[in-house]
Design a protein around this ligand. Sequence first.
Ligand code: FE2
Ligand code: FE2
Length: 193
Amino acid sequence: MLGLKLLTDPRWANIAESNLEEILTDHAWCEQKAATNAISLITYNSEHEDLVHELTAIAIEEMQHFQMVIEIIRERGYTLGRERKDDYVGQLMKFSKKDGSRNMAFIDRLLFAAMIEARSCERFRVLSQNIKDQDLARFYHDLMVSEANHYTTFLNFARKYSTDVDVDKRWKEWLTFEGELIQSYGNKELIHG
Ligand SMILES: [Fe+2]
Ligand SMILES: [Fe+2]
């Protein structure tokens, strides 16, 4: 799926479902961080008009996802907790190249975003197929489709705007790194946990 090297064990969905307040809190903040990331890509790469427009749409969509999740939290009588530290994303951030050319850093930032979208999409798929709560299963199915589109957008912009990066080669490196990394996860009620 989306080139991912390792698929999530469906039992992770049971862990997630056993603590909905926790997974929904973590999920809400994932959406907020996705919006923040899109905004920062816009801020630093505003010379690319189509990127500014498409990432503005993504930033808005991610905040709509945030809104949907906090609504679910409220409807169910849960409380939105504080932002959870996302160790998985921290490790991906460490892997991204920041010291090469400006173009290299820009392209890697897009691939970093594509990578998180790909894994989030896969995790939403696992939730949609395995949780017993049918309302939430449908919700996660819809989000899975949306995040798959974001993944495609980020990857396409990386291909379009690369001047000195072999994007296909670098993307393979990302997939390999992430495939190793994700082996240590899949046992917590966190979207990337
Ligand atoms: Fe989202
Ligand atoms: Fe997304």
